[in-house]
Design a protein around this ligand. Structure first.
Ligand code: AMP
Length: 282
């Protein structure tokens, strides 16, 4: 099976599946694949007749040119990893031109305020870029089911909102965060960490677990203070944000309300690498 580099060739391959109403599972990624991505692919394989993986480093969702330049690109290695998992996965790895046709710009999206929280606050324009690429990819692949990791929980909620608002006929399937044995959430960005920083970064999950335990008895504000104080003790980390927010609206928890689900979200820098993670507080 070739790697499809253009939407045209991919759509020719998919047209038969669409005519036969076969279930198409879709996993969009930016490549530099790891076990977290593979866990999404495994779920897609088990629930669909056709599985499509896209590998595309989407320029419009990067608010920092240097971050875009430095983002790992390892297509050959990625393809080998996917082929080892399953020979039949359709891999779509387009160029920027194939996707944006010379107009590499974001559309504007209104996600009812989800876009103003956390990642949206710290990465201006990021979710317009995400909406632009996800909508384009859904139009190209026309998936039955699309798989998104809870690792990027805000993105997952944004995609659900995008699909609801634009009435896109696809089921959004959330997938659990896949972690290294140390607890560190797998991420393509972990590749940039020195061995020492990678080892230290297990602190992020450890603190999230402690925050979860504390949230049973304490207020969101008290837990937040504890996390901020704790990170001050670890000089190699710079905490960008720690937030306890309600899962549906992503609004900061001011006062716990019964029957609402809360989640703790974090973004930290270590060795100039930005890592994000989150945990359900249920
Ligand atoms: P990315 O390539 O980072 O854009 O991620 C592509 C998809 O994989 C997104 O839906 C991510 O949320 C998901 N993903 C990335 N890392 C993990 C992980 N450690 N566990 C589960 N899903 C993940």
């Amino acid at each position: 099976m070739p790697v499809f580099q253009t939407q045209k060739t991919l759509q020719i391959e998919l047209s038969q599946a669409l005519n036969q109403s076969k279930k198409i599972g879709f996993v969009p990624t930016m490549g530099a694949l790891h076990q977290g991505h593979l866990s999404l692919l495994e779920q897609a394989l088990s629930e669909n007749e056709i599985t499509v993986l896209s590998i595309f480093v989407n320029p419009t969702q990067f608010n920092n040119a240097d971050d875009l330049k430095k983002y790992p690109r390892t297509l050959e290695k990625d393809v080998a990893l996917v082929r080892k998992l399953n020979e039949n996965i359709l891999i779509y790895a387009p160029s920027v031109t194939d996707i944006y046709e010379g107009n590499t710009l974001s559309d504007s999206f209104d996600y009812d305020g989800l876009e103003h929280q956390m990642e949206g606050k710290h990465r201006p324009g990021h979710f317009d870029g995400v909406g632009t690429i996800v909508k384009k990819l859904f139009e190209i692949v026309k998936p039955t089911n699309a798989y998104f990791g809870e690792k990027d929980f805000q993105q997952l909620q944004i995609v659900r909102k995008l699909v609801a608002k634009h009435k896109i006929p696809v089921n959004i399937i959330p997938c659990k965060i896949y972690r290294e044995p140390s607890g560190l959430a797998m991420s393509s960005r972990n590749e940039h960490l020195s061995e020492n920083a990678r080892n230290e970064s297990k602190l992020i999950h450890k603190i999230l677990l402690e925050a979860k335990e504390k949230f049973m008895l304490k207020s969101a504000q008290e837990v937040t203070k504890f996390v901020v104080r704790d990170f001050k003790k670890h000089k190699n980390f710079t905490l960008e944000y720690f937030e306890i927010a309600e899962e549906e609206t992503l609004l900061t928890c001011k006062r716990k309300i019964k029957n609402k689900n809360y989640r703790a979200f974090i973004a930290v820098f270590i060795e100039n690498i930005r890592l994000i993670d989150n945990i359900s507080l249920k």
